[in-house]
Design a protein around this ligand. Structure first.
Ligand SMILES: Nc1nc2c(c(=O)[nH]1)N[C@H]1C(S)=C(S)[C@@H](COP(=O)(O)O)O[C@H]1N2
Ligand SMILES: [Mo]
Length: 195
């Protein structure tokens, strides 16, 4: 049995301030959608960890799956309700790699060169997952195939597509958009859009 998690969809302030509901997410990419060959694809969790993880796509999909229903909040003010994801909780990945005490922040590295950063505690949230399905299908190519990190408690630019690696670090470091003025944390309910 897959456990089912729902994220913030019951809170009275479900729609964060300054956002409006739209039907469908808009695809945003900083570059061309990358090609991925699953036969040599490896996901890596490295940096300040006791056990570095290097896993194939098949090995990832054998981890305990959860289903997550989550809203998606883009910093450009649109939000989409009830996207269904399937994947493994990132807190399970952390359990497997044993972070060192000095690990405080996360940098997510993506296939096409995109990066994003946030505090490590977001990987311990119940509703943070590394996803391989979106709306019951493999994640579509332009929505992050084959793996996407989904962090519903932060703006959507932190939910990186085409994830290849997660790095745990001691000092916070700006990713692609953070380097261009986006917020280092990005909590939608606090309107942490730009700084
Ligand atoms: N690898 C990667 N992940 C990314 C991006 C990107 O350009 N590359 N764009 C981000 C932004 S700004 C948003 S709003 C969402 C959009 O998700 P979607 O393209 O699935 O709608 O993906 C985020 N994740
Ligand atoms: Mo975005």
């Amino acid at each position: 049995m897959k456990s089912i998690i729902s994220s913030d969809t019951n809170r009275p302030d479900r729609l964060p301030p300054g956002q409006k509901w739209v039907e469908k997410p808009i695809v945003y990419d900083i570059k061309k959608v990358p090609e991925v060959d699953l036969s040599n694809f490896r996901f890596r969790l490295y940096g300040l960890v006791e056990n570095e993880l290097i896993m194939s796509f098949d090995e990832i999909k054998k981890l305990e799956p959860v289903e997550l229903t989550a809203d998606f909040h883009c910093v450009t003010t649109w939000s989409v309700k009830n996207i269904l994801w399937e994947g493994v909780q990132t807190k399970e990945l952390l359990r497997m790699c044993s972070p060192k005490e000095s690990a405080q922040y996360v940098i997510v590295h993506c296939r096409e060169g995109y990066t994003t950063n946030f505090p490590l505690n977001y990987l311990l949230e119940e509703d943070s997952i590394l996803a391989w399905k979106m709306n019951s299908m493999p994640i579509p190519k332009s929505n992050g195939y084959p793996l996407r990190i989904v962090i519903p408690k932060l703006y959507a630019w932190k939910s990186a597509k085409y994830v290849e690696a997660i790095e745990l670090v001691e000092q916070d470091m700006p990713g692609f958009w953070e380097d261009r003025g986006y917020h280092m944390r990005g909590d939608p309910w606090l309107e942490e859009r730009y700084e």
